[in-house]
Design a protein around this ligand. Structure first.
Ligand code: GLY
Length: 402
C-alpha cells in the first residue's frame, strides 16, 4: 500500500511557529562564513604535517583537533567548494585564489576509479569552479571524472557500484548517497555531447527509485545487488540506527538527488519522487520543532539523540530547488527557510571558535560512534549552497546548478 502524503496539519504547525518568524540574514551568514573560513585557513596551515603532504582538506574536529584528510577521502571536495561559494557571493578574488589552490589538490581524484564518491570530491570542487569561472581546465577535469565514474556502472544491475570495501557484508553495495554523483554525469553529457553519461545517470536513478524506497517513500541506506542478475540481495543500513530505520542524511541525499534528476531530465516521476521524500521528511512524527533532524528519524532515544545539522543543510538546499518545480513549492521553501533559520541561529559556531567550521552539531556515523555531534565540512558546504539558492530565489534568478 502506498501511503499518501500531502500537506498535513503537522507540516502547517511546524511552519507557523515563532522561530519561523525570524528571517535568515544571508549577508550576515556569509559575513560569519568569511570570518570562520579565514580562521580555518590559518588552522589548516598549523595542522598540516610536512611529512604527509597528501593530507589536504578539513573534514571535522576530532577531540578538538582539526582533522585534515587526503584527496581520496569522500569529503575532500567540500572545503574547496566552500571557498568557491565565498568567492561567488563576495566577488573577492582572494577567495578565488584559495578556491583554485584547494581544488588543485583534489583534481587527481579524476582518475581514481576505486570509489563512487566522484561527485562529492570533484564536482563540489572543480565542478563548482567550472560553473563559476567556465575555466576549460575544470571542464577537462569534470569530463575525465565522469569517464572514471562510468567504469563503476554495471549494465546488469543498472547501477553504479558504491563501495569496494565491506565485501564481508555486501557483494555489490549501492548507497542512497550515490544519487549525488549523478549530477556530474549529466554535466559531462552536456559538456561533451556523449549521451552515455546521461544514460547511466538515468538508469541509476530509475533502478534506485525501484529498489531503495519503502512504501512510505523513506529510503534504505544500502542495497546489495547480485552483480550477475541485478537481483536485490539485501536492504540494509550502514550509518543509520537499523536496517528498517530512516537515516536522516540519506533522506536528504534522496530528496536532493531526485530534485536534481528532475532538473536534468524533466521526467515527472523524479519530481514526484522528490516530493514524496520531502513529504516523508517534513511530516515525520520525529522531526523536531526546529526542523533539524535527529541523526535517524527512528533513533530509539529521541529526543535524547544527536542531531545532524548536515542532514538539515542538505535537505534545505534540496527543498529550495524543489520549491521552484513543485506546485507545493511554497511549503518546501518555507520549510527550508525554517531549517536555515535554525541552523544560522542555534547551530552556528561562535566566531573564531571550532577551528573555523561554520556549523556545529552534525553526526557522521552514530552506529560506529564516529563524528557524533561535531562540525563537518559537508554541513558547511550545503549550508552555503542553500544560502546562495535562497538568495537567487529572492532575486528571481535561476537556481540551475545552484
Ligand atoms: N556519503 C557519506 C555520508 O553521507 O556520510
Amino acid at each position: 500500500m502506498k501511503l499518501k502524503y500531502t500537506y498535513t496539519l503537522l507540516t502547517a504547525a511546524l511552519l507557523q511557529t515563532a522561530a519561523f518568524a525570524q528571517k535568515v540574514n544571508i549577508r550576515k551568514a556569509f559575513d560569519h562564513a568569511e570570518k570562520q573560513t579565514t580562521v580555518m585557513l590559518k588552522e589548516i596551515q598549523k595542522a598540516k604535517d610536512p611529512s604527509k603532504l597528501e593530507i589536504v582538506s578539513p573534514r571535522t574536529l576530532e577531540h578538538g583537533y582539526l582533522k585534515l584528510v587526503a584527496s581520496r577521502d569522500w569529503t575532500s571536495g567540500f572545503f574547496p567548494g566552500v571557498l568557491w561559494f565565498l568567492y561567488e557571493y563576495t566577488g573577492d578574488s582572494n577567495w578565488q585564489t584559495q578556491a583554485k589552490k584547494f581544488t588543485t589538490e583534489i583534481e587527481k581524484e579524476q582518475f581514481n576509479g576505486t570509489t563512487h564518491d566522484m561527485g562529492f570530491k570533484v564536482y563540489c570542487s572543480a565542478g563548482t569552479g567550472l560553473r563559476i569561472t567556465n575555466d576549460a581546465h575544470y571542464k577537462d577535469v569534470v569530463v575525465q571524472s565522469a569517464k572514471t565514474l562510468a567504469t563503476r556502472f554495471n549494465p546488469k544491475t543498472g547501477v553504479i557500484l558504491s563501495w569496494d570495501h565491506s565485501r564481508d557484508k555486501w557483494v555489490n553495495p549501492v548507497i542512497i548517497d550515490n544519487m549525488m554523483n549523478l549530477e556530474l554525469l549529466f554535466e559531462a553529457t552536456k559538456l561533451t555531447g556523449d549521451s552515455s553519461f546521461h544514460k547511466i545517470a538515468v538508469s541509476h536513478a530509475n533502478t534506485t527509485m525501484k529498489n531503495h524506497f519503502r512504501p512510505d517513500y523513506s529510503s534504505y541506506h544500502v542495497i546489495d545487488y547480485d552483480p550477475q542478475t541485478g537481483a536485490v540481495l539485501k536492504k540494509n543500513t550502514h550509518q543509520g540506527y537499523s536496517h528498517e530505520s530512516s537515516w536522516s542524511r540519506g533522506q536528504g541525499w534522496a530528496v536532493y538527488g531526485y530534485t536534481m534528476c528532475y532538473r536534468e531530465t524533466k521526467n515527472p516521476s523524479y519530481l514526484k519522487q522528490a516530493e514524496n521524500v520531502a513529504n516523508f521528511i517534513l511530516n515525520n512524527k520525529n522531526m523536531p520543532e526546529d526542523l533539524v533532524p535527529y541523526y535517524d528519524f527512528d533513533a530509539p532515544g529521541i529526543p535524547n539523540e544527536p542531531r545532524d545539522a548536515s542532514a538539515a543543510a542538505v535537505i534545505a538546499s534540496g527543498l529550495y530547488e524543489l520549491s521552484t518545480y513543485s506546485k507545493n513549492g511554497d511549503i518546501y521553501r518555507k520549510a527550508a527557510d525554517k531549517m536555515m533559520n535554525s541552523l544560522s541561529t542555534r547551530y552556528i559556531s561562535p566566531v573564531g571558535q571550532n577551528k573555523g567550521f561554520i556549523l556545529l552539531h552534525s553526526t557522521g556515523s552514530k552506529p560506529s560512534n564516529s563524528e557524533v555531534d561535531v562540525p563537518l565540512s559537508y554541513a558547511d558546504y550545503y549550508y552555503l549552497e542553500a544560502l546562495l539558492r535562497k538568495k537567487n530565489l529572492g532575486e528571481n534568478k535561476s537556481l540551475v546548478k545552484l
